[in-house]
Design a protein around this ligand. Sequence first.
Ligand code: NAD
Length: 260
Amino acid sequence: GGPLLQDKVAVITGAGSGIGRAAALRFAGSGAHVCLLDLKNDRTEQVEEEIRGMGREALFCDVDVANPQRVEQAIRSAAERFGRIDIVFANAGINGTLAPIEDLTPEDWDKTLTTNLKGTFLTVKYAIPHMKQAGGSIIVTSSVNGSRVFSNFGMTAYSASKAGQIAFAKMAALELARYKIRVNVICPGAVETNIGENTHPTQAVERIRIPVEYPEGGQPLEHRPAKPEQVADLVLFLASEQSSHISGTEVFIDGAETLL
Ligand code: NAD
């Protein structure tokens, strides 16, 4: 057959960097039109031009995923521009402040939970009206920290947000099955992205750290963090009809690290 996503319409959050950017390029390279949601800066906006350069249509929207009005508006503008929405990649996220629970402020907690978990809810919520008719695929980016790994000290808020995304995605998979909308969640281990820019570690984390033996050289398979493009290959599979019988599943992409 032709390209995997020929003339499909995809909405991607956090599309301006890292995993979201790699997925946007992979989707476009596979024939999709893409709507890129991210906070506006030089890096994030540039992806729109990159994709137009590939001869595909791209629409950048300056959106904070925690803002219901902006999310609703951006998704509606994508549906109006491209005619419908087939694929949603709810991927925007931050590590936020890393601190012992005692030191973590309510504002720190809210910032992480609001961006990662509420942002996922809002993205899915406002896409459903545009997907109900024809069905489609929703992919959520969680983390190994949402399910298997709890030894990154100071990341209680992050971990709670990532676990919440998994539960949300599974509930959504059952609820949306009637519309032939599939929902799956990916759990990456370390990936080489710009997420460090949105990470605020505090010294106090050292106070609570328990020494953990990590496998020598990192993960067993390649001894390095994943490339965003490797994660994008998984997202493309879950977005496409190649995964037509897969819904409600969490897929680990971590070079077998979490089995150790
Ligand atoms: P990244 O920082 O390179 O990209 C994330 C993008 O999300 C950025 O462009 C950022 O501007 C955007 N974003 C942040 N807050 C936003 C908001 N409120 N509204 C809209 N956009 C916002 O990082 P990444 O590693 O590509 O992160 C993507 C996802 O992958 C996140 O959900 C993250 O938790 C998850 N993840 C990353 C790793 C890793 O090691 N990098 C591991 C597991 C899971």
